[in-house]
Design a protein around this ligand. Structure first.
Ligand SMILES: Nc1ncnc2c1ncn2[C@@H]1O[C@H](COP(=O)(O)O)[C@@H](O)[C@H]1OP(=O)(O)O
Length: 442
């Protein structure tokens, strides 16, 4: 062995062995960096390739950052709006984004028509076979919405409340409907006459209008893509000067995926337009009187109450449409002391989503009445996506697969998530006591 010299390096202890070999270290770094890099690339390049839930979360997070009192103060309101609409635009590849937009525009154009008739003396009211009223606005709105759906989604099926039989046997009424339809297609707040038809579909003559009205005769609600429309929900409210709604939903295999409610007499001057997509939340915007633009949206969530006794409860105005006595008994059982808010149409669903009430009760007058699916499809999704829950009076989920009306449900109850258990329990107890148990024959 060579003796050590002054030039030899000093003796040190042996260097510590790194517990991770080089290959493992590369793997660890990659496993930390890669997901982040991939997420950034996917969000900016191909958001539509992200899983549905992740896309929704991105929208939710960015919206809540922008609207949060703690963080949102760093942006001006204008900049916040830009961030929200950019996130929405970046994620416009979200499922049903196009369906939602076309449905919103179609309902908005129909609302322009219904508002014109609402403000006019001539409403062309006639009675249907079931003795309920229908007006030129019901027919006109249905034809406009169906023209829009046909233009963008020609292969989809449609269920609509009205048909054209009453118009085909009444030429004068039919001409009146075509007049308001034409005015709505050419209405424009900018003062210039321009047609809304390029994207939303045109109606060139009366015969075409009647054919569009009849496109809503589908009877099978459980298979494939089916749109569901109530062109004026709450026609009695519309005629009385109360609330009414244009309600449009899209179901896929019997599950409501898109819901849009136009409520011209709710909230602000000119009304509000609410829309929801399953798993993506509910938003509200003003109803524009310009058919081509959708004003900026804001997210809505129901009031987070945890005790039913704090709830404001709402019900229909018409005592023939739901049992006010039994509903009052339920409210008492829940400890509610405030009087009910009475309101026509699916505007009640909208009011709950907007935090104006927390419970909506609709118990039948007689057990033979079957609720029509167009009276609930859009509203139910709007409430569920705002954080609420919808059941029948026995606590069952609504089943939209049974054709044009509910065959497996009786009555409808709507509430916030925090009071769901209590409301379902009290309503079911009262329902069994008042109506007995009920089993669908299906
Ligand atoms: N006997 C009834 N029970 C429950 N709802 C009814 C009854 N008759 C009509 N309706 C529906 O009530 C809806 C209005 O609800 P509200 O009273 O909450 O404003 C109308 O669209 C109408 O449905 P439709 O016109 O589809 O037959």
């Amino acid at each position: 062995m060579r003796p050590s010299t002054a030039r030899d390096p000093p003796q040190t202890t042996a260097p510590k062995q790194n517990p991770y070999p080089a290959a493992s270290r590369v793997l660890i770094v990659l496993s930390l960096v890669l997901p982040v890099a991939l997420a950034i690339i996917s969000i900016s390049v191909a958001p539509q390739a992200l899983p549905h839930r992740l896309q929704s979360s991105i929208i939710r997070i960015s919206q809540s950052i922008c609207t949060s009192k703690r963080v949102g103060f760093i942006c001006t309101p204008g900049y916040r709006r830009v961030i929200i609409s950019r996130t929405m635009a970046t994620t416009s590849g979200l499922p049903f984004a196009n369906e939602r937009r076309i449905a919103e525009l179609a309902v908005q154009r129909a609302a322009i028509l219904t508002k014109a008739v609402y403000n006019s003396k001539v409403k062309g009211t006639v009675q249907k076979d079931d003795k309920s009223p229908v007006t030129i606005a019901d027919f006109g709105a249905q034809s406009l919405v169906f023209a829009s759906l046909y233009k963008s989604f020609p292969d989809d099926n449609i269920i609509g409340e009205e048909d054209s039989a009453g118009l085909r046997s009444n030429k004068e009424l039919s001409e009146l409907v075509f007049k308001v339809v034409t005015e709505a297609i050419y209405s424009n707040t900018t003062g210039q006459s321009s047609s809304s038809s390029s994207e939303l579909g045109d109606i060139n003559n009366e015969a075409e209008m009647l054919d569009f009205i009849d496109k809503g005769s589908c009877t099978d609600s459980g298979k494939g893509r089916v749109w569901v429309l109530d062109p004026i929900d709450g026609t009695k409210g519309f005629l009385r000067g109360g609330q009414y709604a244009i309600a449009l939903g899209l179901m896929v295999d019997g599950i409501v995926q898109v819901g849009v409610l136009g409520c011209p007499n709710l909230g602000q001057e000119g009304g509000v337009l609410l829309s929801a997509v399953k798993g993506q939340g509910t938003v509200v915007r003003p109803l524009s009187s310009d058919f081509s633009t959708l004003p900026d949206p804001s997210r809505v969530t129901m009031n987070p109450i945890t005790s039913s006794s704090d709830a404001t409860f709402c019900e229909g105005v018409e005592s023939g449409h739901s049992n006010h006595d039994i509903q009052a008994k339920i409210a008492k059982g829940l400890g509610i002391t405030k009087p009910s808010v009475r309101m026509d149409s699916q505007a009640k669903y909208a009011a709950l989503a907007l935090g104006q009430a927390e419970i909506y009760l609709r118990l039948p007058r007689t057990m033979d009445y079957e609720e029509n699916i167009w009276d609930h499809a859009a509203g139910a999704l709007v409430v569920e996506e705002a954080g609420g829950a919808v059941f029948d009076m026995y606590g069952n989920k609504l089943d939209f697969t049974t054709g044009r009306s509910f065959k497996k449900n009786k009555g409808v109850i709507v509430m916030g998530a925090g009071i769901q258990e209590e409301v379902v329990r009290v309503v079911s107890e009262v329902a069994v006591e008042a109506y007995g148990t009920w089993k669908s024959s299906l």
